[in-house]
Design a protein around this ligand. Sequence first.
Ligand SMILES: [Ca+2]
Length: 294
Amino acid sequence: MKATPRFIPSLLARAIACFAACFLTHCATTPVSTGGGASSANLQTTTKESPYVNSLGMKFVPIPGTNILMCTTETTIAQYQQSGLPFQGSEYPQSSNHPVVNMTGGDAAKFCEWLSRQDKHTYRLPTEAEWLAAAGKSPGSWPPPGNAGNLAGQELKGSSESERTQLKTEFSKKVPDQHYFYDQQQLAVIRDAMTSKNFLAIGGYTDRHRHTAPVGSYAPNSLGLYDMVGNVSEVCDGWVDKMTGLRVTRGSNWKSAVAYAIRNHERGTLGNSDWPVKSLAHSTTTGFRCVLVR
Ligand SMILES: [Ca+2]
């Protein structure tokens, strides 16, 4: 039957709708997406060059030998605050694109749960094995080459007296409870740093930042991940002691000043929110990054 003129706009509209649907379908199968519930096919075809981008703009790349994608950066303050979870900030200056610190290990896990609901995918903290697979080989040379990551550079020596006092107080509470992680030589280095006039800094090492740096300020590793060395240590999906809610952290941070501290298998701890000692449940050197289950 010949279409009458009044049907033409209708057919035209259908054609445009069909074209738009085909276009959108094509877009949804390309490696780069804008998140918000994109098809699972995206997660399978994501590459380092074309990361999955979620609804908060977080980028995720595959980690060989695992079934996860890992966020290329530590979780920022701006991203964390989207969740509405408790945020107490730090005693040193930070801006919104710096890694969030001072959250509890439990809040880091809750952020991943919130993000899962928000983005319609499964997010969580990385296991220690996943974190190690993502970190690759530890930095081989000591001292590391300048700007290798945000470690305890000479910039730390410009810290104010109040900053030194506060951070040393926090550290002095932790060390007696973490003594079983360190041998006597390591403990001696830490205690010496706590009692010296300045924070311990790596001789001759500079990294442009006194405390945390904006995420992604240094070169990425071979998988496209930033700050696996330095900036903040990262809470993992694992327990030192589940009974007491003591979680494992991995990786070095802006205050790491000795060779053993920047080895990838160096472990730290962070308590849950129900820890009676606040300094064990919060840390100005610890943040986290998310993984996305494919
Ligand atoms: Ca880090």
